[in-house]
Design a protein around this ligand. Structure first.
Ligand code: GLU
Ligand code: MG
Length: 433
């Protein structure tokens, strides 16, 4: 009988899951003693290059496995996948500058302090299932053709403690989409991290390859990560809906939306962080190209989602919006940290929610767009990084020095992909994510 192992992991700046393994039997002990981690690992890019690091070869930090974030999934014909996520501290026990899970905790606390509300998040992930003929989009034949895989995936996610909501054969070639039930933000992010790993493992056990990369072919559609957000009070009551509010949003939800919209162009580099992410984030891709709020429009940066009832109580339970300018190259911890800081800033300043836009914003001239007050999202990864770099507000959301480390990381990654053609770069990302 072989010894079961578990890996203590973090989701890093590259959006990859890295860590160290040990015997499962030692998990309790390791939760108390921690695992040594190397500060410069934060600068290992998705291509395994090492970006300039302020830490060099020096120093040690500690990764603390969180037993509540243990995911164990049975993978057909393969070993059980076991991962336990955790926070990273310095040697005094203080949250480490580059601990993305701590960044999310801080954003959750800020939103709670500003509004008294808790964000619940549902992650919707698109991915390409490479290596099988998936049949036409949304077709039963496409769905049935991989039903063994789909059933094994849903079983593995449930087995790992998640609540999958649905799985569908999406529009793009061999594209599928899996959605999880809403959870408090930290749990939702942990689950999103595990979901990608479990999906890839189940796919490979069936001889396929699942790729969550933002886009694999510029002539086709991308893989979005759509983040559904709702706000709830301490009594567990929904606080999103007000029939008299702008776009049907409560004061807090409207202010949070205004904060998200105000900062979206600045934090796009954190939510859509790869060198190919902005091939996806262009008009007419049903992704997101503007920092706009719109009702049931799949091109909106922030989309008010539909409800399926007219009963006022049930409308209130269901009402929410969806942030669409994210992809799976982003660590879910950092993505949600950005989103919740932006939302909290809107609540703190009691910002007024802008009226929802309608129509195709890409048809407006620069002046016409400026008159709407809506900003376009950056159109290139470099432009997104420049927006991030020039935002003092964004730097203030994170511990001193973190944003500069992030920017150095991404510049190094982009330099490596710039020696490739766009097609080669998309293929490189497809093989990693
Ligand atoms: N594939 C689109 C994206 O990149 C989303 C399509 C949809 O589900 O609305 O975000
Ligand atoms: Mg979709």
């Amino acid at each position: 009988m072989s010894e079961p192992l578990v890996m203590a992991c973090l989701s890093d700046v590259a959006g990859l899951v890295r860590g160290k393994g040990f015997a499962l039997a030692d998990l309790d002990k390791r939760c108390r003693s921690g695992i040594g981690w190397t500060p410069t690992n934060v600068q290992i890019t998705c291509f395994d290059g090492i970006a300039p690091s302020p830490f060099g070869s020096e120093g040690d930090v500690i990764l603390w496995p969180d037993a509540d974030a243990l995911f164990e999934a049975d993978i057909p014909g393969a070993p059980t996948l076991r991962m336990v996520l955790g926070d990273v501290t310095d040697r005094t026990g203080a949250a480490w500058t580059c601990c993305l899970r701590s960044h999310l905790r801080a954003a959750i606390e800020r939103l709670e302090a500003a509004s008294g509300l808790e964000a619940r998040i549902a992650f919707e992930h698109e991915f390409m299932l490479i290596g099988q003929g998936a049949g036409p989009a949304f077709s039963l034949s496409g769905f049935y053709g991989v039903q063994d895989f789909s059933q094994a995936l849903i079983a593995a996610l449930k087995n790992a403690g998640m609540e999958p909501d649905s799985l569908l054969r999406e529009y793009g070639p061999s594209q599928f989409e899996v959605t999880l039930a809403p959870k408090p933000a930290l749990r939702a992010a942990d689950e999103a991290i595990a979901l990608r790993e479990i999906t890839r493992a189940v796919a490979s056990s069936f001889g396929y390859r699942a790729s969550f990369a933002p886009i694999l072919d510029a002539d086709s559609v991308g893989n979005g990560v759509h983040v559904h957000l709702s706000l709830w009070d301490r009594q567990g009551q929904p606080r999103m809906f007000d029939p008299d509010g702008i776009a049907g949003l409560s004061q807090e939800a409207g202010a949070a939306a205004a904060g998200i919209l105000r900062h979206m162009p600045d934090f796009a580099a954190l939510s859509a962080p790869s060198a190919v992410s902005f091939i996806r984030l262009q008009p007419h891709r049903w992704s997101a190209a503007f920092a706009n709020l719109a009702i049931q429009d799949r091109e909106a940066g922030l989309r008010i989602c539909p409800v399926n009832t007219t009963d006022p109580d049930r409308v209130a339970q269901q009402y929410h919006y969806e942030y669409r300018a994210a992809d799976a190259a982003a660590s879910p911890w950092l993505l949600l940290a950005s989103l919740l800081h932006a939302a909290a800033s809107g609540v703190e300043e009691s910002l007024t929610c802008p009226s929802p836009s309608s129509g195709d914003l890409s048809l407006l001239s620069e002046d016409e767009l400026a008159a709407t007050g809506i900003s376009p999202l950056p159109r290139t990864p470099e432009a997104a990084l420049e927006r991030l770099e020039s935002s003092q507000v964004l730097s203030g959301w994170f511990p001193d020095g973190f944003i500069q480390i992030y920017i150095d990381h991404k510049r190094h990654e982009f330099a490596a992909s710039q020696v490739q053609s766009p097609e080669e770069a998309m293929q490189s990302y497809a093989s990693i994510y």
